[in-house]
Design a protein around this ligand. Sequence first.
Ligand SMILES: Cc1cc2nc3c(=O)[nH]c(=O)nc-3n(C[C@H](O)[C@H](O)[C@H](O)COP(=O)(O)OP(=O)(O)OC[C@H]3O[C@@H](n4cnc5c(N)ncnc54)[C@H](O)[C@@H]3O)c2cc1C
Length: 485
Amino acid sequence: MNEHAVVIAGGGPTGLMLAGELALAGIDVVIVERRANQDVDGSRAGGLHSRTIEVLDQRGIAERFLSAGQVHPALGFSQVALDISDFPTRHNYLLALWQSLFEPILADWVGELGVPILREREVVGFAQDDTGVDVELSDNTSLRAEYLVGCDGGRSLIRKAAGIDFAGLDPSTSWMIAEVEMDEEPEFGFRHDSVGTHAIGRREEGEPIRVVLTERHVEHTGDPSMDELREALIAVYGTDYGVHSANWISRFTDMSRQAASYRQGRVLLAGDAAHVHPPQGGQGLNTGVQDAVNLGWKLAQVVNKTSPESLLDSYHAERHPVGARVLHNTMAQVALARADDRHQALRDTMTELLGMDEPRRRIAAMLSALDIHYDLGEGHPLLGRRMPDLDLHTADGPKRVFTLLHDARPMLLNLAEPGGFDISLWADRVLAIDAEYGGDWELPVLGHVAAPAAVLIRPDGYVAWVGDGTDTGLRDALTTWFGSR
Ligand SMILES: Cc1cc2nc3c(=O)[nH]c(=O)nc-3n(C[C@H](O)[C@H](O)[C@H](O)COP(=O)(O)OP(=O)(O)OC[C@H]3O[C@@H](n4cnc5c(N)ncnc54)[C@H](O)[C@@H]3O)c2cc1C
């Protein structure tokens, strides 16, 4: 039986990101993936939000994705456009990039880091004991791991086999979605009727046409046929526009469910395995990638025995509320898109509200995940929030904060007198950087905040401690997050 520190079930966006994070920390990790290659069937995620691009930037790989996509200044909340070009981030836009392009780029990075992917195999079962997990594969082999992470999507076998409750709402609406060619020029754009919202679009001239149709009855069994697509088009538009040559036809629903626990002993869940919701607002892939970045360094430290197992509890404590909030806002977006007059009145009211500055900033910061605030206690507004990507002056010349995070190592950034902190006991774990920064400190939604004298930054880019000129609380924060000495 082959042994690894961590086995990841599923090599989609979440599993790939987690594997990269673990590999950066020197962990022996393997992915087990059902698909033969990284091809993505059908339409899935269409874009990356600001915080996801930031976490990729923290690893030095954002440019790979930026060069493959198109930048848009506005996000959509139930199709109400929210401009974010005034947001205090280098990535103040939505990056339009299909999941079918996103996954191969991420997989290349994971390949460069040397992570093996066992393809055309499935995890079919597991048994955990005090020291590890036996992971059973579909080819009748098995793996032994210290930890197993289920990144195996919404129908997660790992979640089901662990008996973790997946509570939430059954579907109330389903949508047919397809990528096709049409003989006649269709009516591009949105159409609203008594059934709901429908849309026909094409990103670029020469690309296939994408169709999304709200279905009259909730369907959630299997993919629709070409005949069903034709009938649905005629029901909405009075014509099928001579539709033909479908690359794929699929459907999705507004089912919203979340795992009651993201961890059961040595088994963890991340991404769609932990939360499913409709695609309104485009947050699923983004949330999964960020789950992975929260979990990766923690799991690495537990495997490396620099931190106790209890550090893993902070993964559920921090990411479960984020997932719950995503479910909540997608439910609101589905409700707002309902077709009757009362919902239209609600939609008009919301559109007016979102045209105002403060509501726009709040809702857009939530969708882009720039406003995430992990509850690390009372203190400076930066505590538990993302560290901004400041332009620093260091002894080695100008450096961006995110550049210093490329190796996914924690960092004490001292912005006061050089050499003001002695963290030599943690020298093998935590980078100590003396730097100067004379600019503004501006956070999304909160605006300007007081300049701190020092900050302790976790590998995921969130601030674990803020110094006021003394080292009060620093030892405790170092011990909590990066282990005792
Ligand atoms: C129509 C539509 C539009 C969407 N639009 C957006 C959007 O705009 N923005 C956004 O952020 N998200 C969007 N999403 C959601 C996004 O596609 C998912 O959230 C994302 O793919 C989740 O990634 P994941 O890695 O967690 O799971 P998945 O992508 O489902 O990956 C799971 C992987 O596990 C593998 N697997 C499953 N079971 C096993 C097993 N037992 N053993 C081994 N391997 C296994 C699968 O083959 C797969 O590769 C959309 C989804 C849909 C359906």
